[in-house]
Design a protein around this ligand. Structure first.
Ligand code: FBP
Length: 548
């Protein structure tokens, strides 16, 4: 494989780790734990893995000789920078326990375990991927590990390879399923431990115990670099409004972090829209008012950040989508018989008045998208809706109305962008390279301690890496019961942007100034070499959340 000069230099990088991980460790158990809510239900569903203590690893002088471990690893869900370093940390960790330990990677996600597709990850393969982005060492997939048949099928290959521990690297759903698997294997005395690792660029797998999911840091830095470049272009040409949609299926953490890094004129936060029960028209009016105000100063340009999940947080849109999902699930065949040119009128005639009015007000393209592209569960694929175009078209219409009233006299020319895939496989920042390697190494320590149903955790990460705290959090501690596809299920609570949290509050202090003045910040590209203040700084979100 040909490598760039940077890739070659980066391959030699030694990730920084918590001081405790540099020697033999001893596990210190904390208090027994409770789930965040619904304790009785969670306890009943996880009789073997509920209530275990938080574990912290400390330095130990004692030399231990432990038998070799065969471990398996799975990458689950969307790519996130640093995944390869989790695997490298795990590999080095089990080799430090016993040099005869072996690591197997299951191919293309949980499906690899079920279909018995795997490869042994030897030292030369691991070395090829140290500090690189992507998940291509073994690939990832979105198959959900949730049925007994899948668990039993997985156990066949684990037994065949003599694997006694499985590490699942994934988001909230994958870690929930990892815990269900841990519970099942323990209940049948399968002799296989299951450990999770917190991954997702969306940043929505975090709580009192898990400071952040890996990948969020790098992805936000990549998007912020590009947003900064666009802002500079915008301020140089002074003729476009840039509407930038940012990934993050549900929560707005990425949009908020990028706003804190780049100080755009506008950033919409879905969680605020929902809390204030705002309509699409409220959002459009808010943006249009800023466009109009800036144009009075001759500034017919600006930047708007829009979170990918916005549509589902607009209460009226949510109701419309729910009615459309129900209606089309029952009348799909009939709908498909209608001529394309008449489908819009047909749908309007079938919806309740409130939803029909909203549907009629949507631009043609978006209305069409809402009636097409259903996922296997019959839901609209909201991520395919081009919210950035929807909003800019509606803003343009509103401004034209205001022009007729004499309330607006500017120029409005919009450009659109969607940043997501550009950041998911970026080479990890120092933060993610260090954090991921430490998470993987910590997973090996949890395995050596015989733990199962735990998530690997590394805390205090706004301090220098030496002072980071490695340990394990029982997954049941993060769970509550939620309705999923009509059934109550135990799940890890998804972290949305908290409106009383420090990052959102910091944003609200400045946003009205950023709206009218041009206060852009141009963060520039991720740096790997240079002063620590440049190379190792964590996200603004983490700094604000952890500031005591
Ligand atoms: P994970 O939560 O699985 O890490 O994935 C997050 C994400 O990147 C979202 O931001 C995005 O909506 C989604 O994956 C896109 O996934 P896909 O490319 O599989 O459609």
């Amino acid at each position: 494989m040909t490598k760039s000069a940077l890739q070659l230099a980066r391959a030699a990088y030694q990730p920084k780790v918590p001081a405790a991980l540099k020697s033999t460790v001893k596990a210190v158990d904390g208090e027994y734990t409770q789930s965040v809510a619904d304790q009785e239900d969670i306890k009943r569903l996880f009789p073997n893995t509920y209530g275990m203590p938080v574990v912290t690893f400390e330095k130990s002088k004692e030399k231990r000789s432990l038998p070799a471990i065969n471990a398996g690893v799975i990458l689950s869900g969307g790519q996130a920078p640093g995944g390869h370093n989790v695997i490298a940390g795990l590999f080095d960790g089990i080799k430090a326990i016993n040099k005869d330990s072996r690591l197997y990677g299951f191919i293309l996600g949980p499906g690899g375990l079920i279909n018995h597709e795997y490869k042994e990850l030897t030292g030369d393969i691991i070395d090829e991927y140290r500090n690189t982005g992507g998940f291509d060492m073994i690939g990832s997939g979105r198959t959900k590990l949730e049925t007994k048949e899948q668990f039993d099928k997985g156990l066949e290959i684990l037994k065949k390879l003599d694997i006694s521990a499985l590490v699942i690297i994934g988001g909230d759903d994958s870690n929930t399923n990892a815990c269900v698997l841990a519970e099942y294997y323990k209940s049948i005395n399968a002799g296989v431990q299951v450990i999770g690792c917190p991954k997702t660029i969306d940043g929505d797998l975090k709580n009192e115990q898990i400071e952040t999911s890996f990948g969020f840091d790098t992805a936000c830095k990549v998007y912020s670099e590009v947003i900064g470049n666009i802002e500079r272009d915008c301020n140089s040409a002074q003729k476009y409004w840039h509407f930038i949609k940012l990934m993050g299926r549900s929560a707005s953490h990425i949009a908020l972090e990028c706003a804190l890094q780049t100080q755009p004129n506008i950033c919409i936060i879905s969680e605020e829209v929902e809390a204030k029960n705002q309509s699409l028209d409220d959002i459009v009016t808010y943006i249009a008012a800023i466009v109009a105000k800036r144009s009075q100063e001759g500034d017919n340009f600006g930047t708007v950040l829009i979170p990918e999940g916005l549509i589902e947080f607009v209460p009226a849109m949510k109701r419309l989508i729910a009615e459309l999902n129900d209606y089309l699930a029952k009348h799909d065949a009939e709908f498909k018989m209608i001529k394309k040119s008449e489908q819009r009128t047909y749908i309007i005639s079938k919806l309740t008045k409130e939803n029909a009015d909203l549907f009629a007000s949507l631009p043609e393209g978006v209305a069409r998208q809402l009636t097409l592209d259903r996922d296997p569960h019959g839901n609209v694929q909201v991520s395919l809706i081009e919210t950035e175009k929807l909003l800019s078209e509606m803003v343009a219409k509103k401004l034209e109305l205001w022009r007729e009233d004499g309330r607006y006299d500017g120029k409005f020319s919009a450009l659109h962008h969607f940043f997501g895939y550009e950041g998911r496989c970026a080479a990890p920042s120092n933060y993610d390279a260090d954090y991921c390697y430490s998470l993987g190494y910590t997973a090996s320590c949890l395995i050596a301690e015989g733990k199962t149903g735990y998530m690997s955790s590394v805390r205090n990460t706004t301090a220098p890496a030496d002072q980071w705290i490695a340990g394990g959090i029982p997954v049941t501690m993060m769970m509550n019961m939620e309705r999923r596809h009509g059934e109550m299920k135990p799940v890890i609570r998804k972290a949305l942007v908290e409106l009383d949290g420090a990052p959102f509050k910091a944003f609200t202090v400045h946003r009205s100034t950023w709206a009218l003045t041009t206060s852009y910040v141009y963060p520039g590209p991720i740096q790997y070499f240079g002063p620590s203040s440049v190379c190792d700084a964590p996200t603004r979100t983490l700094q604000l959340e952890q500031a005591k």
